[in-house]
Design a protein around this ligand. Structure first.
Ligand code: FAD
Length: 392
């Protein structure tokens, strides 16, 4: 039975997350306006808070399970500030999830402690990874990588990257494999950080590979002979990563949307506009009606996200549900933040407040990890039992 009730321990963890999030928020505007700077890994106020906070019992994860709590924690962290909290996440990058999905036990043992980014996107290849132009050629006992990757999240801080490269451009998806390249490998360059609309202080980088040689064993999934179109480290293995990362991406955006709703609710209260959940639209202000519609959007998105996570926690397939929650959240967070700005009027667009920033920050929810359009294609294929060839 699906059950999202939280244990006392879960509630304690989320309360601490909220407290840290409030601290991160105090740094938000500065790093938004100083895009070239990175927020510090350690915030003195947060360290002090944790030093004095009551310990969390080791046992007692609720029935909700780890993925559900993961999503709630991600949302709670992003309620404060996306970029500042990304800096404080000491462990995983997206590449760690890819390594866990496609690496051998030995490869996991070797690299899982490194922060790993994941680089698929190239100047001419985003939604359709079969167009990957970065090449990997076997030369003796080494792979030689050549190509360029853009918009790599955690790209500067990461100590290595899971990179998608093709063994044979004419083979499309079948030729694509994933490789682990450690930073400092000769021929692996990080020319600059990307400049962005939102999540501006976040670490998003460009990578260039020029005759970058890596050991043969860095092909994810193992080092057996690789037939063209077969073998390991391939497309399907790494695609599984998205079934977990898409719900987390939805949760990131929902944390930002919740911040916008909370801010707007406070301002409605200050203006003596009552949000009465029993009232008919004809007996309340338009602002209150609109606000409730935005809250309903948030609730629907959060429920689809938790469901995708719950399925993952129960080891049940969640491919479709991951796309449903990502597609829904990607659109909902835009409508929520823009709707809040409309309700608030001048306060909404003033840079004296963070809400205009939240509108910019949450735009990414519908872009990375597959755009909304791509999620809707996946959902349609699932519902209609179509193949990629039938619907693309
Ligand atoms: C801040 C940020 C961080 C990112 N982090 C990473 C990262 O860590 N690693 C990484 O590899 N990439 C990353 N990306 C890249 C991101 O995944 C891509 O931007 C995304 O996949 C879309 O690719 P594209 O930009 O090339 O757009 P395109 O694929 O060129 O698409 C352009 C538009 O066409 C639509 N479209 C494309 N194909 C179809 C279709 N078949 N049907 C209908 N509509 C379609 C898309 O939805 C989109 O609206 C990041 C991007 C940003 C902005």
């Amino acid at each position: 039975m699906v059950d999202f009730r939280l244990s006392e321990r879960d509630k304690l963890v989320l309360a601490r997350t909220r407290a840290e999030s409030e601290i991160c928020r105090t740094y938000a505007r500065f790093y938004d306006e100083n895009e070239g700077d990175f927020p510090p890994d350690e915030l003195p106020e947060a360290e002090e808070f944790y030093a004095n906070a009551a310990p969390i019992p080791a046992e007692g994860l609720g029935d909700s399970g780890a993925p559900v709590m993961g999503a709630l924690t991600q949302a709670g962290q992003n309620w404060g500030d996306y970029s500042v909290r990304m800096r404080r996440t000491s462990t995983a990058g997206l590449g760690n999830a890819a390594l866990a999905a496609a690496g051998t036990p030995e490869q996991n043992e070797k690299w899982q402690k490194l922060i790993l980014s994941m680089a698929i996107t190239e100047p001419g290849c985003g939604s359709d990874p079969s167009r990957v132009q970065t090449t990997a050629e076997l030369d003796g006992d080494e792979w030689v990588i050549n190509g360029e990757k853009i918009f790599v999240t955690t790209g500067i801080r990461a100590k290595g990257v899971v990179i998608w490269a093709t063994l044979d451009r004419s083979a499309g998806r079948a030729g694509i494999k994933s490789f682990l390249v450690e930073k400092e490998t000769p021929g692996f360059e990080v020319p600059h950080k990307e400049k962005k609309l939102g999540i501006r202080a976040d670490d998003t980088a460009v990578y260039v590979f020029k005759d970058c040689r890596i050991p043969r064993g860095n092909l994810l999934g193992g080092n057996e002979e690789i037939p063209k179109g077969g073998g390991s480290g391939g497309f399907r293995g790494v695609m599984k990563t998205f079934n977990m990362t898409r719900p987390m991406t939805a949760a990131f955006g929902l944390g930002i949307a919740e911040a916008a709703l909370d801010f707007t609710r406070e301002h409605l209260n200050e203006a003596d506009i009552e949000v009465d959940y029993g009232a008919m639209p004809s007996s309340e202000t338009g602002a209150a009606t609109k606000f409730k519609q935005l809250e309903a959007l948030y609730e629907a998105s959060m429920l689809t996200t938790l469901r995708a996570c719950w399925l993952a926690g129960a080891a049940l397939p969640n491919n479709m549900e991951s796309s449903v929650c990502k597609a829904h959240a990607g659109s909902a967070v835009r409508r929520i933040t823009q709707g809040c700005i409309e309700i608030l009027g001048p306060i909404g667009i003033s840079r004296d407040h963070l809400i205009e920033k939240w509108m910019r920050d949450c735009r990414i929810t519908d872009i990375y990890e597959g755009t909304g359009e791509i999620q809707r294609l996946i959902i349609a294929r699932g519902l209609l039992d179509y193949t990629r060839a039938d619907l693309n």
